[in-house]
Write a protein that binds this ligand. Structure first.
Ligand code: PLP
Length: 428
């Protein structure tokens, strides 16, 4: 559906029923698929023929939703995963092995930071974290001869820094490695990282894409732009025969689909992190209204941010849509239609005041989530980032008083009234 606007793609991409077929994307809740000849099944196993044989590798419901997200991002291929964490892990592990190295923005989701700095490190993959505002020279200085990728978040959770995608892409490409961007907070409605040079985009679809807090999920999308063969020595897994698939060379056999195909047939095969088709069905229903919900999340967050900016009990407000925000200029470039529904702020009085404020909210609920249709709130230092030391918190852009506030799609006036009544309980 490449000629349609993104609004139409949200509603209709990925599934086009033929005459007499269901209008709504069917849930193919089947682990397996029937064939009448041994030989045909064998050809599927050898990747010589395409077709479904086992849902851990591919499922029609999952594939339709992945195709929709690929279309929204402007990519050539995509795959769904059972969580955003699995998408982050696979996106790196598909091209890195023990001994390799990745340069990452330091302001990323706490779970991703932990995955990189603890779990992937245990697997022998090292990360160097750089500021999202690092100069090209500073990013360059983080490279080693083992660097295989650069990673960042379009809008960081919860620091709300905006990644200078073009700058990170330039340095990545000058070193012959791809830029992987987590576009969860911006969504393709507000930013398409491929337009600025990113090569791979990942999502926690759990957030705005699902939008209703029903299903944990993730997605990896390939732009098809990175020339793996030009850097064959760095990416032998893609450019030389895979003995676990009878000598298939992914770039030769699958061209621009090489990265996603390898990720599916190797990593999904071996690590098995697929979403249930039922969850993909729910994700698709969420995607059908993404273009309607995201602008409302953003206008609500803008109204809340502007209100808090002048509130005497609020010490500071971070929101890329505020002209006073350090990320405003980057947001104008990368997020001209709006950034996201999440803002962060500090209540005067520090950690204790933050807890009183949160416990006094009536409409906004304390939940470990953001990007829900319902307004929700979290204290990262006590929740998502509690495993980090104060020093690591500072590097990740999370101060102990930081409240992460995710505006839903209720009326802005009701959200603001709830905040005001909660602040009345905070004594300063
Ligand atoms: N990336 C970002 C930006 C996130 O905010 C999250 C979760 O909050 C993740 C990745 C991980 O996603 P999931 O919780 O779906 O595993």
């Amino acid at each position: 559906m490449s000629s349609y606007s993104i609004d139409t793609k949200c509603v209709q991409s990925g599934y086009t029923p033929k005459n007499g077929e269901p209008r709504v994307l069917p849930i193919i809740q089947s682990t397996t698929y029937k064939y009448s000849s041994t030989e045909q099944m064998g050809r599927l196993f050898d990747l010589e023929e395409s077709g479904y044989f086992y849902t851990r590798l591919a499922n029609p419901t999952n594939d339709a939703v992945a195709a929709k997200i690929a279309d929204l991002e402007g990519g050539v291929a995509a795959m769904l995963t059972s969580s955003g964490q699995a998408a982050s892990f696979f996106s790196i592990f598909n091209i890195c092995s023990a001994g390799d190295h990745v340069v990452s923005s330091a302001t990323i989701y706490g779970g991703t930071y932990n995955l990189f700095s603890v779990t992937l490190k245990r697997l022998g993959i090292d990360f160097t974290f750089v500021s999202p505002t690092a100069t090209e020279e500073e990013i360059q200085a983080a490279f080693t001869d083992k660097t295989k990728a650069v990673f960042g978040e379009t809008i960081a959770n919860p620091a709300l820094t905006v990644l200078d995608i073009s700058r990170f892409a330039r340095v990545a490409h000058a070193n012959g490695v791809p830029l992987i961007v987590d576009n969860t907070f911006a969504t393709p409605i507000n930013c398409k990282p491929f337009d600025f040079g990113a090569d791979i985009v990942i999502h926690s679809t759990t957030k705005y894409m699902d939008g209703h807090a029903t299903s944990v999920g993730g997605c990896i999308v390939d732009s098809g732009n990175f020339d793996w063969d030009a850097y064959s020595d760095k990416y032998p897994g893609l450019t030389t025969p895979d003995e676990s698939y009878h000598g298939v060379t992914y770039t030769q056999r699958f061209g621009k689909g090489a990265y996603i195909t390898k990720c599916v047939v190797q990593l999904m095969r071996d690590l098995g992190s697929i979403p249930a088709p039922q969850n993909s069905f729910l994700l698709n229903i969420g995607l059908e209204t993404l273009h309607l919900r995201v602008p409302r999340h953003c206008s609500n967050a803008q109204a809340v941010a502007e209100h808090l900016l002048h509130h005497p009990k609020i010490g500071w407000v971070n929101y890329p849509g505020l002209a006073s925000d350090a990320n405003y200029e980057l947001a104008k470039k990368y997020l001209p239609s709006g950034s996201c529904g999440v803002l962060s702020f500090g209540v005067k009085g520090g950690r204790a005041a933050a807890v009183t404020f949160m416990d006094s909210l009536k409409l906004a609920a304390i939940v470990t989530h953001v990007a829900d249709a319902r307004t929700c709130v979290l204290h990262p230092a006590s929740h998502t980032h509690r495993q980090l030391s104060d020093e690591e918190l500072a590097t990740a852009g999370v101060s102990p008083d930081l409240i992460r506030f995710s505006c839903g799609i209720e009326a802005a006036s009701d959200i603001i009234a709830d905040i005001d009544q909660a602040l009345e309980n905070v004594g300063i």
